[in-house]
Write a protein that binds this ligand. Structure first.
Ligand SMILES: Cc1cc2nc3c(=O)[nH]c(=O)nc-3n(C[C@H](O)[C@H](O)[C@H](O)COP(=O)(O)O)c2cc1C
Length: 365
C-alpha cells in the first residue's frame, strides 16, 4: 500500500508538510494544495512560496494545478518541471461553488467535450508526468462511466478518486462500489481517497480492493484488454494507494499504524483479527484508533509547537494562531474530551491562552 498526503488548502502547505515529514511516518507522496494560474501568471507570491524548491526539501512533493485552460496548465507545468518536479496533479475534484461556477475543479467534469480537448492538448508533449484527482461527477454518479472512458484514453501517472459527486461535498458515505467498479475498468493506476480515519478503515479497504481484483480475474479485466487501443499507451490498475486527508489531521500516527497493521501483504477486512493475532508488534501495541500513550501525544504536542513557531515566522503570531486553531479542530480528536478542548482552543485570545489549553490535554486511554 502507498500512502499519500491529501492537498488541503490552508492546512497542508509547506510548513505542515515539512514538519509532518520530520515527526511522523513519511508519506510516499505529498500533494500540495492547488495553484490557480491565469494567462498572466503561473503562481501568486503565496502559491510560489508553497511550492518553491527552497521551501520543499522533502521528497515526492506533487504540486496541484486548478485550471480548465490547457495553455495555462502547460505553461505552469513547464515552470514546475524547471523547478525539478517530475509530476503534477490536475484538480478535477474541488466542489466549492465559486470554483465549479467557473467550470473548474469538479465543475470541469460537466464539460466532457472540452475536457477531452484539454487532455488532448496537455498530453501532446507533456514536460512532466500528469496525475488527476477527481470526483465521480458534478451532479450524479452516472457521470462517471463516461469520465472513466475519457481518463482511459490518456496515460495518467495515476487517477485519484474521491468517490462522491461534487454536489455531495463531503456529505454521506463515499460510493465505494463505484470506486471498486473502476478498479476493473481503469487503464491507469488508481488511488482511493475519502473518509479513512483509522487503521481499520485502511485494512478493510485493502481487503475490498483484493476482493474486487479477484472477481475480475479471467473476466472483465481480460475483456477490457481487447477493447480498442487507447490513444496513448496506458498501464493497468495494479497498485494499491490511499490518499489521507482529515484522517491524518485527526491522527498524525495513522500511516505508522496502517504500516503496523501489515498493509504490505494483502489483508482482507474480515482478517483484521487474524492479522493482529499473527503480528507480534500489533499484539504488543494493538491497532489503536488514536494515540494512547504519553509518548504519542507528547510527539503531537512537539509537532504542534514546531508548526506554531514556523507559521509565526512566515505570517506573524496572530495569523499563526488562526492556522493552529483550524488544525486543532481535527487534532483535538487525538486526545480525550475532544469537543470540550475544541471549544476552549477556539476561545483562546493569544498564544499563552492557547498553550495553556494544550498543557491540559491528556491521552485518550
Ligand atoms: C480544508 C480543506 C482543503 C482542501 N483543499 C484541497 C485542495 O487544495 N485540492 C484538492 O484536490 N482537494 C482539497 N481538499 C480535499 C481533500 O484533498 C480530500 O479530497 C478530502 O478531504 C477527502 O479526503 P479525506 O476524507 O481523507 O479528508 C480539501 C479538503 C479540505 C477539508
Amino acid at each position: 500500500m502507498k500512502y499519500y498526503l491529501a492537498p488541503m488548502e490552508g492546512i497542508t502547505g509547506f510548513v505542515f508538510r515539512n514538519a509532518y515529514h520530520d515527526y511522523f511516518a513519511p508519506m510516499d507522496k505529498y500533494f500540495a494544495p492547488f495553484v490557480s494560474p491565469n494567462q498572466n501568471i503561473c503562481f501568486t507570491p503565496r502559491e510560489y512560496r508553497d511550492i518553491c524548491p527552497e521551501n520543499n526539501r522533502i521528497p515526492n512533493v506533487v504540486p496541484q494545478i486548478l485550471t480548465n485552460k490547457a495553455e495555462d496548465f502547460i505553461k505552469t507545468s513547464q515552470e514546475l518541471a524547471k523547478m525539478g518536479y517530475g509530476e503534477v496533479n490536475l484538480n478535477l475534484g474541488c466542489p466549492s461553488g465559486t470554483v465549479t461556477a467557473k467550470r473548474k475543479g469538479a465543475g470541469f467534469l460537466m464539460e466532457t467535450g472540452r475536457l477531452r480537448e484539454f487532455f488532448d492538448r496537455i498530453f501532446e508533449r507533456p514536460s512532466v508526468r500528469i496525475s488527476v484527482k477527481t470526483r465521480l461527477g458534478m451532479y450524479s454518479l452516472d457521470e462517471f462511466a463516461q469520465l472513466l472512458e475519457i481518463f482511459n484514453e490518456y496515460p495518467l501517472e495515476e487517477l485519484i478518486i474521491h468517490p462522491r459527486a461534487g454536489k455531495e461535498f463531503y456529505e454521506g458515505i463515499p460510493h465505494r462500489d463505484v470506486y471498486f467498479d473502476a478498479v476493473g475498468k481503469s487503464k491507469n493506476p488508481l488511488c482511493y481517497n475519502g473518509d479513512l480515519y483509522r487503521a481499520e478503515d485502511v485494512v478493510r479497504l485493502a481487503g475490498e480492493w483484493d476482493a474486487a481484483g479477484d472477481r475480475l480475474k479471467g473476466s472483465q479485466m481480460y475483456g477490457l484488454q481487447k477493447e480498442k487501443e487507447p490513444k496513448k499507451k496506458c498501464r493497468t490498475a495494479q497498485q494499491k494507494a490511499v490518499m489521507l486527508g482529515r484522517g491524518i489531521l485527526r491522527d498524525p500516527w495513522l500511516v505508522a499504524k496502517c504500516r503496523k497493521a501489515g498493509q504490505e501483504p494483502a489483508v482482507s477486512g474480515d482478517e483484521i483479527e487474524r492479522v493482529a493475532e499473527d503480528n507480534t508488534e500489533i499484539k504488543q501495541t494493538g491497532i489503536r484508533d488514536f494515540p494512547s500513550t504519553t509518548a504519542d501525544t507528547a510527539r503531537i504536542r512537539e509537532f504542534s509547537d514546531r508548526l506554531f513557531s514556523d507559521y509565526a515566522q512566515y505570517m506573524g503570531e496572530r495569523n499563526a494562531m488562526f492556522r493552529m486553531k483550524e488544525l486543532w479542530l481535527y487534532l483535538a480528536e487525538s486526545f480525550a474530551e475532544a469537543d470540550a478542548n475544541r471549544k476552549k482552543l477556539k476561545k483562546a485570545q493569544n498564544q499563552t491562552e492557547f498553550n495553556a489549553v494544550l498543557e491540559g490535554l491528556h491521552c485518550r486511554s
